[in-house]
Design a protein around this ligand. Structure first.
Ligand SMILES: *[C@@H]1O[C@H](CO)[C@@H](O)[C@H](O)[C@H]1NC(C)=O
Ligand SMILES: *[C@@H]1O[C@H](CO)[C@@H](O)[C@H](O)[C@H]1NC(C)=O
Length: 798
C-alpha cells in the first residue's frame, strides 16, 4: 500500500524534471536521445528550436540536427559536418568531459563534439545555438562555431570561416559549394573539387580587403539580432549585405543558407499564422549564377537558365545527362564526336548542325575568327573535327571544343550557336535514324585524349599537318627540340584565345604601381594586384626579347589552354610595346620552398600529398594536354600552395620565351643549379626526362625537408642531397635522412617507396628514369618499385 505514494512522488519528480528540461532549454550531463521516429527532441525554452534526430531520405535514416520546431516542415539549420546519417537505434549522449557523442546501434562512435573539458550542462538556446556550458558559465562548445549550410541571427563567422552547401535538399553530405571569409577579409563563394577538396575560383566576391591599411579590412561576417547581415571592418564600419529597410516589419524567423544550387540566400518566415506560411527571400548572391563564370551551376556540356533566380539546367539537343539523377551535372553527347581519320575531309557528309539561339558556352573556345561570316563560321566548324559548336555573333566566330563549359541562355547576347551532331545518330527530328548507339567514349576527357593520340600520328605524316595547323603543335622548351618539331605552326592571325588582354596602365592601377612584390624568379618579378574583385599575381617579364611578338602570343595561348588542378592558372596578359606581363591566380600560401624550409616542418602526410600533386601537374604537362610542355625549372620556389595547401606548378611554358632571348648568347642551359639534369651539360637532346630529374631532387627535398644545395665554408655550393639519399637508402638509415621524423618513420613502406622513386628519378641516364606517369603509379602504390641503382655519374664531363 505504501508503494503507491512513493510511485506517485517519483512520477511527480520525473514529470517536474521533464517539464523543467522542456521549459528552460538546459540538458543535464548523462542525457540521451534515441534515433526513433517519435523521440522527443531537446527543445529551447520558447520551443522554437529543437535538437535531436530528424528522419531524412527514408525510414531508416536519421540526421542529428537542430531545426525550427514550430515550422511545419521543420527546416533543418544545423547538422554535424558532412551530415552523417544513422539508422534506427542510434543515439546521442551528452557525456561528461566528452560533450555530444553520436553512436550507431552497435555502439560505434559516428561523430562527437570533441570537447574534453569539464562542463556543467548542455543548452538549447532560443537563438538556435546548441551550447555546452562550462562550470564557469562560459560555452566550451557551440553549434554556432561549426556552421553547416546555414547561419542565424546572433551568429558570427570569423576570418577563415567556412559554410558548405549540402549535396541536395535531402542529402546533407557536403555539396560542391562553399562560402568563405578569407584571411584578407573578402567574402567569397566558390566551388570545391569533390575529389581533391581544393577550392575553385570565386564566383562571387565581396571585397573588403584594404591594401592601404590593414586596420580597415573586414574581419567578421555578422548576422545581427534583428536580421541584418553585414561584414564588419576592423574600424567598426559595416559593409551591408542585407540592404537597409529590406526586412519585413513584424515578427519573423531569419536565416541565411548556402543552398545546394550554389546561391547564398537570406530568408524570412512569419512566426505568427498568416495566409502565406513559407520561406521568402530577402536577398541572394550572386545576381545571376548562370552567368557567373566558375560557378559550375550546371555541369559540362549543360546549359543553365534562370528560373525565379534559381539555376535550371537542361542538356542541349543531342546530349543527355551523364547521371539521370543529377540534373545539374554533366551532359554527354548521344553521338560519337570523335575525329576519325576518314572523316577529316568530308565533315559535311557525316555531321550537320542544329541552330540554337541565345545559348553560349563562354571559355570553351580554342579559335576566334574575326572578322567572319555565318557561312564561313559554319564551314570552318564542319570541317574541323575538334569543333563541337560554333558561336556566331557580330561578324565574329568562336569555335569550341568538348567538353563545353559555363553554358547558359542569354537573350541579351543575340548569339547563334551551331551545335554539331553526327547525322547517323543525331537528335530525333533532324533526319537521322534514331537507333542511338550508346556513347562508349563518354566524357570529354576521352575525347581530347583521343584527339591527342591522333594528332601525334598526324605530325609524322607532314601532309596532314596543315589540317591541324590550328591545334596541333608540340612545343619544346629547348631550341634543339624546337628545330626538330618545326617552327610554330600557329601562324594564322585569326587565332586567339579569349584570354583577357590588359593594358599596361590597367596593371599599374591593379598592382598599385607594382608596390607589393611577391617574389623574383628567372623570368621576372611577381607583384600582388587586384582586378575587379579578384586578387591576382602579376608577373612582369623582364628577359623576353622585344621582337618575339608572335612567339609571345603563341606561348600565352598555349599556357592559357593548359588547365589542371596542380597548375597555376593564367588569367590574362599584357602585351603593350615592350611591356609583357602575365596575370595568374594568386596563391595565398606562398611557395613550397618557404613551406618546407622556412616555416615549421610540415607533416609527412601533407608533404607526401604535395609530392603527388606536383607529379600529377607535371604528368599533365608531359602527357595529357594537347601541347607537350617541358617545364625545365622544377624546384620548390616554382611550386605554389593554394588556400588548402594544394601544390600548383608555376612558370610552365615560360622556358621557351626566355630561350628566344638567350639562345644567341649562351649554351641554352636552363634551370637552376642543384636541380638540372646532367644531360644539359652534354650535347644530347633534352626531353621531358629533365623534368623527371628535377622532380626527383624535389621529391628528396620534400621527404627530408633538406635543401638539395648547401653552401659550404668556401661559399661553393654543393649538391649533396642525392648522395645522402643513396647512402641512407643503401645503409638503411632512413631515420637520419628524415631527421627522425616519427610520422614518416611510422609510415615506413611509403617512405621507402618515395625514396626509391626519388633515386630512380635522379639517375644519370635519362633513359633509365621513369616517366612522370609511372612515377605517380609508383608513388600511389599502383606498381611495385624495384631496387634503384646508384645515381652516380657514369661519365665525367668537364
Ligand atoms: C543564449 O543566447 C543569448 C543571446 O545570444 C545569450 O545572451 C545567452 O548567454 C545564451 N545562453 C547560454 C546558456 O548560452
Ligand atoms: C548524397 O550525396 C553524396 C555526394 O553527392 C552521394 O555520394 C551519396 O550517395 C548521396 N546519398 C544519398 C542517400 O543519396
Amino acid at each position: 500500500m505504501a508503494l503507491v505514494p512513493i510511485h506517485l512522488i517519483s512520477l511527480a519528480i520525473l514529470l517536474q524534471f521533464v517539464a523543467a528540461q522542456q521549459s528552460n532549454g538546459s540538458v543535464p550531463i548523462g542525457a540521451s536521445l534515441a534515433a526513433t521516429p517519435n523521440a522527443k527532441p531537446w527543445l529551447s525554452s520558447s520551443g522554437e528550436f529543437a535538437f535531436g534526430f530528424q528522419q531524412v531520405q527514408g525510414k531508416d535514416s536519421f540526421l542529428l540536427s537542430v531545426w525550427y520546431d514550430k515550422i511545419p516542415n521543420k527546416t533543418i539549420i544545423w547538422y554535424p559536418k558532412g551530415g552523417p546519417t544513422v539508422s534506427t537505434g542510434s543515439k546521442v549522449d551528452l557525456v561528461d568531459r566528452r560533450g555530444l557523442v553520436l553512436s550507431d546501434p552497435q555502439g560505434n562512435e559516428v561523430w562527437s563534439s570533441e570537447n574534453f573539458s569539464d562542463f556543467a550542462y548542455g543548452y538549447m538556446n532560443d537563438t538556435g545555438n546548441f551550447a555546452i556550458v562550462g562550470s564557469n558559465s562560459r560555452n566550451v562548445w557551440e553549434s554556432f562555431s561549426y556552421p553547416a549550410d546555414t547561419i542565424l541571427p546572433t551568429q558570427v563567422i570569423n576570418l577563415g570561416g567556412v559554410i558548405n552547401s549540402r549535396a541536395c535538399e535531402t542529402n546533407f553530405t557536403g555539396g560542391k559549394f562553399q562560402l568563405r571569409l578569407l584571411k584578407e577579409g573578402n567574402l567569397v563563394l566558390n566551388t570545391i573539387d569533390m575529389f581533391s577538396g581544393s577550392a575553385g575560383n570565386a564566383y562571387y566576391n565581396r571585397d573588403t580587403s584594404d591594401e592601404s591599411s590593414s586596420t580597415n579590412s573586414g574581419f567578421q561576417l555578422v548576422f545581427d539580432t534583428v536580421g541584418y547581415m553585414y561584414i564588419l571592418r576592423r574600424n567598426g564600419e559595416r559593409v551591408n549585405l542585407t540592404t537597409e529597410g529590406s526586412l519585413p516589419s513584424g515578427d519573423y524567423y531569419h536565416r541565411a543558407t548556402l543552398d545546394s544550387d550554389g546561391v547564398f540566400t537570406q530568408y524570412y518566415y512569419p512566426k505568427n499564422p498568416t495566409e502565406d506560411m513559407s520561406w521568402k527571400v530577402v536577398w541572394f548572391v550572386p545576381d545571376d549564377i548562370c552567368k557567373a563564370i566558375d560557378s559550375k551551376a550546371c555541369g559540362l556540356n549543360n546549359v543553365c537558365s534562370l528560373d525565379d533566380n534559381r539555376p535550371y539546367c537542361e542538356c542541349p539537343p543531342g546530349f543527355s545527362l551523364l547521371d539521370p539523377n543529377t540534373p545539374n551535372g554533366d551532359c554527354k553527347p548521344d553521338f560519337t564526336p570523335s575525329c576519325d581519320e576518314g572523316e577529316l575531309n568530308h565533315g559535311g557528309d557525316v555531321f550537320d548542325f542544329i541552330e540554337l539561339n541565345n545559348i553560349d558556352w563562354p571559355m570553351s573556345d580554342y579559335v576566334h575568327m574575326n572578322p567572319s561570316n555565318e557561312q564561313a563560321c559554319r564551314t570552318s566548324c564542319l570541317n574541323d573535327c575538334f569543333c563541337a559548336v560554333a558561336i556566331y555573333r557580330d561578324d565574329q566566330c568562336w569555335k569550341k571544343q568538348l567538353p563545353l563549359s559555363n553554358g547558359h541562355k542569354d537573350p541579351s547576347k543575340n548569339v547563334k550557336a551551331f551545335l554539331k551532331f553526327r547525322k547517323i545518330d543525331g537528335p530525333s527530328g533532324t533526319g537521322g535514324n534514331n537507333s542511338r548507339e550508346e556513347d562508349k567514349s563518354g566524357t570529354g576527357e576521352d575525347i581530347s585524349r583521343r584527339g591527342f593520340i591522333f594528332m601525334g600520328s598526324a605530325l609524322i605524316g607532314t601532309s596532314v599537318i596543315g589540317i591541324f595547323a590550328l591545334v596541333g603543335v608540340i612545343y619544346m622548351c629547348f631550341f634543339q627540340s624546337q628545330k626538330k618539331a618545326g617552327t610554330p605552326l600557329l601562324s594564322s592571325t585569326t587565332v586567339e584565345t579569349n584570354l583577357p588582354r590588359f593594358s599596361y596602365q590597367e596593371l599599374v592601377i591593379a598592382t598599385n604601381g607594382f608596390k607589393d612584390e611577391l617574389g623574383r624568379g628567372a623570368f621576372g618579378t611577381v607583384y600582388k594586384g587586384v582586378i575587379g574583385t579578384k586578387v591576382v599575381a602579376v608577373k612582369k617579364l623582364e628577359t623576353v626579347v622585344q621582337d618575339g611578338q608572335k612567339e609571345f602570343k603563341t606561348e600565352v595561348n598555349t599556357i592559357a589552354r593548359t588547365h589542371h588542378k596542380n597548375l597555376v592558372r593564367l588569367l590574362g596578359y599584357c602585351d603593350d610595346g615592350d611591356k609583357r606581363l602575365l596575370i595568374y591566380e594568386y596563391m595565398s600560401n606562398g611557395t613550397l620552398a618557404f613551406y618546407l624550409f622556412e616555416d615549421k616542418r610540415p607533416s609527412w602526410k601533407h608533404r607526401s600529398s604535395i609530392a603527388v600533386g606536383v607529379a600529377k601537374g607535371l604528368t599533365y604537362l608531359h602527357e595529357d594536354c594537347s601541347n607537350q610542355i617541358i617545364h625545365c625549372d622544377i624546384k620548390p620556389q616554382n611550386i605554389l600552395l593554394d588556400d588548402y595547401y594544394n601544390a600548383k606548378i608555376a612558370d610552365f611554358g615560360l622556358a621557351k620565351l626566355l630561350m628566344i632571348n638567350q639562345s644567341k648568347t649562351n649554351t641554352g642551359i636552363r634551370g637552376t643549379k642543384g636541380y638540372v639534369a646532367p644531360e644539359w651539360f652534354r650535347n644530347t637532346t633534352v626531353t621531358t626526362k629533365v623534368d623527371v630529374y628535377s622532380f626527383g631532387v624535389l621529391l628528396l627535398e620534400i621527404i627530408s625537408c633538406r635543401k638539395s644545395v648547401v653552401f659550404d665554408d668556401d661559399a661553393e655550393d654543393v649538391a649533396v642531397l642525392t648522395d645522402m639519399a643513396w647512402d641512407c637508402y643503401q645503409y638503411d638509415t632512413l631515420d637520419a635522412f628524415v631527421q627522425n621524423d616519427s610520422e614518416a618513420l611510422d609510415d615506413l613502406d611509403k617512405l621507402t617507396t618515395f625514396i626509391m622513386v626519388g633515386l630512380w628519378c635522379v639517375q644519370e641516364n635519362p633513359l633509365v628514369r621513369p616517366t612522370m606517369k609511372k612515377v605517380i603509379q609508383m608513388l600511389e602504390g599502383g606498381i611495385e618499385v624495384t631496387d634503384p641503382p646508384c645515381p652516380c655519374p657514369f661519365s665525367v664531363t668537364s
